[in-house]
Design a binder for this molecule. Structure first.
Ligand SMILES: Nc1ncnc2c1ncn2[C@@H]1O[C@H](COP(=O)(O)OP(=O)(O)OP(=O)(O)O)[C@@H](O)[C@H]1O
Ligand SMILES: [Mg+2]
Length: 272
């Protein structure tokens, strides 16, 4: 299914020029321009990224519509975290080619802090809760610089558990509560696209269900979200669309229900 020539690093360790990428797109991807010639709300086009000389994100392209939830799936090591990090413009992996557009803004030309200021909210796997600060102080810190997103009142309405624990030192909360705080903190900024890396990791099913409900609520409020999950079934129930990565390339882009119904696809790329 994949282009066999894809994924080659320069054998001699030299930096690869831009030419090798021209005209390449991942298989089965949407065109760069959506219907009516308008770029999609979030558009990823032929993105290639490296850790040093290690070629990991190998020509990823996809579009996300405003208000959509997309599950980004794939086996361990498929490149899901690396893709999210590339989209968030963190320093590693290094984006060497491709374009990333969010609401008409070229994220590919930005550094991580600028991408964040332009509406990209990455909630990494380790959650990055700040030690020594209460729940409320963690949220206030997120609002230290504009543009601001949701008010504390609104966040506490969405996350009543955080309201109850607002004076508690955040790192002493349960894993599920810390995950809620990580999502709340992203929403405290003016976020247009939420990127969640394994939000259900290590959490009991009942807590997963609670976070799912919150994400569904956020969705009804129009938030656009990409969720990476090992718990593919849970992610597929939440998502409208699914994108499957394998060896740093998109191997499926379609409706989430289709993945739930297609056992071959699940076995081949998700091992479930
Ligand atoms: N900092 C790094 N330096 C070099 N290689 C890395 C680095 N981080 C990840 N990789 C490699 O990139 C590939 C993709 O890793 P990535 O973490 O993106 O996968 P993933 O799909 O998120 O996997 P998982 O489901 O286990 O979280 C792996 O082969 C991994 O070893
Ligand atoms: Mg990962």
């Amino acid at each position: 299914m994949n282009d066999a020539s894809a994924g080659q690093t320069g054998g001699d360790g030299t930096l690869l020029g831009r030419d090798q990428f021209s005209g390449r797109t991942a298989p089965g991807v949407a065109p760069k321009r959506g219907r009516g010639g308008q770029p999609a709300y979030f558009s990823v086009w032929d993105v290639h990224a490296y850790y040093g000389e290690s070629y990991i994100v190998q020509g990823v392209s996809f579009d996300v519509r405003e208000g959509e939830i997309v599950a980004l799936l794939g086996r361990n090591g498929a490149g899901k975290t690396s893709t999210l990090r590339t989209l968030a413009r963190v320093d590693s992996p290094v984006l060497r080619h491709g374009e990333i557009w969010l609401d008409h803004k070229p994220l590919h030309e930005m550094k991580a802090h600028e991408a964040a200021r332009n509406g990209l909210g990455l909630v990494p796997e380790d959650r990055r809760i700040i030690r020594g600060l209460t729940v409320e102080e963690n949220l206030q810190l997120a609002q230290i610089a504009p543009p601001h997103g949701w008010s504390l009142e609104r966040l506490y309405e969405l996350f009543p558990r955080l309201a109850e624990r607002r004076k508690q030192e955040a790192v002493t909360m349960s894993g599920g509560e810390q995950q809620m705080l990580a999502v709340a903190r992203a929403l405290a900024r003016d976020v247009k696209l939420l990127l969640l890396d394994e939000p259900y990791e290590g959490l009991a099913p009942v807590i997963v269900r609670e976070i799912e409900k919150t994400l569904e609520q956020i969705k009804t409020l129009g938030m656009t979200t990409i969720i990476v999950e090992q718990n593919a079934i849970a992610a597929l129930h939440l998502a409208d669309r699914a994108i499957i990565l394998d060896m740093g390339q998109v191997v499926f882009d379609g409706v989430a229900q289709e993945v739930l119904e297609n056992e071959d696809l699940r076995q081949e790329y998700l091992a479930i």
